[in-house]
Write a protein that binds this ligand. Structure first.
Ligand code: NAX
Ligand code: K
Length: 534
């Protein structure tokens, strides 16, 4: 499947804010009540923009008139559908329109658009949608941001019936207006009747700004385009903390990425290696050092001035044979760590990869946090506290970054874990960061980064940034090391370090391509930095 996102011109190259349905409504209402635009105009722009976006996405459909089926729902999303139907008819297409719900109950705008369509063609009963020959384009204008519960079975049945219509032509391209019907635009869940197959799309065209649900979980659409409908945009700066209550998508173009990373990466002209900081990575016993070595390598590659790997004495020999630029120190448990941290130049610590589960790890974590160092807690450093998360929260502070995957997150925050209804991944991470008093980076293709002060960002390896090969053993250890490397300089807030590392992690994977193993990630960074122009 081809995956692509395209952001409208005004927003290209900038970080975007991902809106909730309520924020989108507020943006519309603000423009309308200021008298800048009417609902009808917005709907016309949405429909027109959808047709333009679809024809530029599928140039073969722009070459001449084709055949479309448009399924229109009872709300304003259906209103957009009637505009699309009219515009395609004007372009010479054969257009069939099927309607759902009571037309009399629709909003005045949607009724008006329906009437304009009806001047040219009929609105047929949705139950008849399976009849007729196969169209080139199926337009899903059933439900948009107003969805409040599972979509009706008749909508699901009609959509599948059109897709499976018989005909000579091959593929039916599916275009979703604003979102695939059934998508909860706030949390990415698909709301369909039990047992029903969810709808999907080859392309979604959304209006003004992407919505949170477009980037959470596995998107039901292969591609996403955002079209401008003339509402006031608030481009989000990447170098500042995101506005509270908003979700920032980390999706800078190359130019913006350079400006952003110039402020964040420790390698800057005139900086001594000690200015770049010294990261300490703690490793496990004999035979358990691979994860920590990868983290250490990543910390060094991303720009820490010095990196030391601290391992139990029994593991020194094995690690010595595997390290060059990374320094090695024997370290006896929490006491040994406390002694080592008397050296104030050790500015950041990475704890967890391969460290082992249990009391010794808990003591090490407490010692590191007690010494007030910038710390990254991953893997075993998190899971060691599963029986008593509060003991961890009591020692955490705002210079710490926790990097749980969904499983580790569920152990520390069982009430916020995945699957609890109505708590989106964004809300879960934000609430967890507040509770822990530390930055939380909740991993996945939709990685959410939340600071205890309420800033939340999303790094999505979705659509054209999809990199499924990043799901490989050790990739998480590398990410922890990258964050630890960025934290060492002490120049940036932990939240910003976590964001930059998460973004670079995905970019490194995309740059390397399929076949990637975790060791490749740090080694890809120099090439990536060069490409970005750093
Ligand atoms: N408000 C505006 O000015 C604009 C709205 N736009 C479109 O309007 C959409 C939002 O419109 P609406 O708020 O009318 O909502 P929708 O069109 O998404 O549909 C919601 C309608 O269906 C009902 N409904 C909700 N869930 C249902 C269910 N499971 N089964 C049956 N009925 C259900 C609601 O009561 C409401 O009437 C956006 O997604 C976008 O497509 C665009 O035209 C841009 C301008
Ligand atoms: K839709």
């Amino acid at each position: 499947m081809h995956h692509a996102t395209e952001i409208s011109e005004t927003e290209s190259g900038l970080a975007m804010e991902l809106l909730t349905a309520a924020q989108m409504r507020a943006a519309e209402e603000a423009a309308m009540s200021a008298g800048k635009v009417s609902g009808l105009q917005l709907m016309e722009r949405a429909g027109r923009g959808s047709v333009d976006a679809a024809l530029s996405h599928w140039p073969d459909l722009a070459e001449g008139p084709h055949h479309a089926v448009v399924l229109c729902g009872p709300g304003n999303n259906g209103g957009d559908g009637y505009v699309v139907a009219r515009r395609l008819l004007d372009a010479g297409w054969r257009v069939e329109v099927f309607g759902l719900g009571d037309a009399a109950k629709a909003s005045p705008d949607a009724r008006r658009m329906r009437a304009l369509w009806e001047a040219a063609g009929p609105v047929q009963d949705l139950r008849e949608a399976g009849q007729g020959d196969r169209p080139d384009l199926l337009v899903d204008a059933l439900f948009g941001t107003g969805l409040s519960r599972s979509i009706p079975q008749e909508a699901v049945t009609a959509w599948h019936a059109v897709r499976t219509r018989a005909g000579v032509t091959g593929q039916v391209r599916c275009l979703a207006l604003d979102c695939v019907s059934g998508l909860d635009c706030d949390n990415g869940q698909m709301l369909v009747p039990e047992g029903a197959d969810a709808l999907s799309a080859d392309l979604t065209v959304t209006y003004h700004a992407a919505k949170r649900g477009h980037f959470l979980k596995t998107p039901p659409s292969a591609a996403l385009k955002v079209v401008d409908i003339g509402l006031e945009a608030h481009p989000a700066s990447l170098t500042a903390m995101p506005r509270p209550g908003y979700l920032r998508l980390l999706d800078p173009g190359r130019v913006e990425a350079r400006r952003w990373l110039e402020d964040i990466l420790p390698v800057a002209p005139g900086h001594h290696k000690y200015d770049r900081g010294h990261t300490l990575v703690l490793g496990g016993g004999p035979g358990k050092g691979g994860a920590a070595r990868m983290a250490a390598r990543a910390a060094l590659r991303i720009g820490a001035g010095l990196v030391t790997l601290g391992v139990p004495p029994a593991a020194v020999q094995e690690n010595a044979a595997r390290l060059d630029a990374i320094m090695l120190k024997p370290l006896r448990g929490a006491e040994g760590l406390a002694e080592m941290l008397e050296d104030g130049r050790l500015s950041a610590i990475v704890l967890g990869p391969g460290l082992g589960l249990g009391e010794e790890t808990r003591q090490i974590v407490r010692t590191a946090l007690g010494a007030n160092r910038r710390s990254v807690l991953d893997a075993d450093a998190l899971s060691s506290f599963q029986d008593d998360p509060d003991a961890l929260f009591a020692t955490l502070h705002d210079q710490a970054v926790l990097t749980p995957h969904e499983g580790e997150f569920a152990r520390l925050f069982p009430d916020l874990a995945h699957g609890k209804r109505d708590v989106s991944k964004v809300e879960a991470a934000a609430l967890a960061a507040e509770r822990a008093g530390a930055t939380i980076l909740l991993k996945g293709p939709d990685t959410v980064i939340a600071s205890p002060a309420g800033a939340v960002s999303l790094n999505a390896a979705l659509y054209e940034r999809a990199a499924p090969w990043l799901g490989t053993a050790g990739a998480g250890d590398v990410l922890a090391g990258m964050i630890g490397g960025l934290l060492a300089s002490g120049r940036i807030a932990p939240h910003l370090a976590a964001e930059a590392a998460a973004w670079l992690h995905v970019e490194a994977a995309r740059s390397f391509g399929p076949g990637l193993i975790a060791e490749d990630l740090p080694e890809e960074l120099p090439k990536l930095f060069r490409e970005i122009g750093l």
